[in-house]
Design a protein around this ligand. Structure first.
Ligand code: AMP
Length: 193
């Protein structure tokens, strides 16, 4: 199973990806997680990415394309992968196509979790407040201001990616505002069809 999960920050991609990992025995490839690991490790890549991520903007395409290239045919991806947070620009989608072709692979599906942006913003803001009130910690870019920038980056740079896949006839759009189990059921149905 090789899958792309599209959707803005807070749409529930990570939650759904984790469930699919358990169900299909595939690996979740999240460029956000990889970049955060690089930042935590203080690697040259992390140093380059940190400020951009803290602002809520996208890091240069080449950085994430290299990260993904190294993982698509990794030992943990023998059963496939779920791309979560990649591709985020049309250039990344095109690079992914070239990488897959070179590796003799193809995508089984591209699923977009469609959300209402105003409701999403409230949902994420509530989640951040609750986490902080409970004494937990949130990501550096999980604050209302940065979230707005991240949503704007999604609208400007990532929405065209869904149009790109729609044009190829591979896109399946699902209601990402539904309850987690409902979204999960809709994903399973879309993958079975
Ligand atoms: P995420 O965890 O997917 O929300 O990603 C967190 C941050 O990492 C984003 O706001 C971007 O700064 C950066 N990032 C993650 N994936 C990508 C990508 N595919 N292209 C560019 N920047 C990315």
């Amino acid at each position: 199973m090789r899958l792309v999960l599209l959707g803005p920050p807070g749409a529930g991609k990570g939650t759904q990806a984790q469930r699919l990992v358990a169900k299909w025995g595939v690996v979740q490839l999240s460029t956000g997680d990889m970049l955060r690991a690089a930042v935590a490790a203080g690697s040259p890549l992390g140093l380059k990415a940190k400020e951009i991520m803290d602002r809520g903007e996208l890091v240069p395409d080449q950085l994430v394309i290299e990260l993904i290239d190294a993982r698509l045919d990794g030992a943990d991806a023998v059963n496939g992968f779920i791309l979560d947070g990649f591709p985020r620009t049309v250039a990344q989608a095109e690079a992914l196509e070239a990488l897959l072709e070179a590796k003799g692979m193809r995508l089984d599906a591209v699923i977009e979790l469609v959300v209402d942006e105003a409701q999403l913003l409230k949902r994420v803001e509530n989640r951040i407040r609750e986490t902080l009130q409970a004494g937990g910690s949130v990501r550096a870019d999980d604050n209302p201001e940065t979230l707005k920038t991240r949503l704007e980056a999604y609208r400007k740079q990532t929405a065209p990616v869904s149009a790109h896949y729609a044009g190829k006839g591979t896109l399946k759009q699902l209601d990402g505002m539904a309850a987690i189990e409902k979204v999960a059921g809709a994903i399973d149905a879309a993958l079975a069809s």
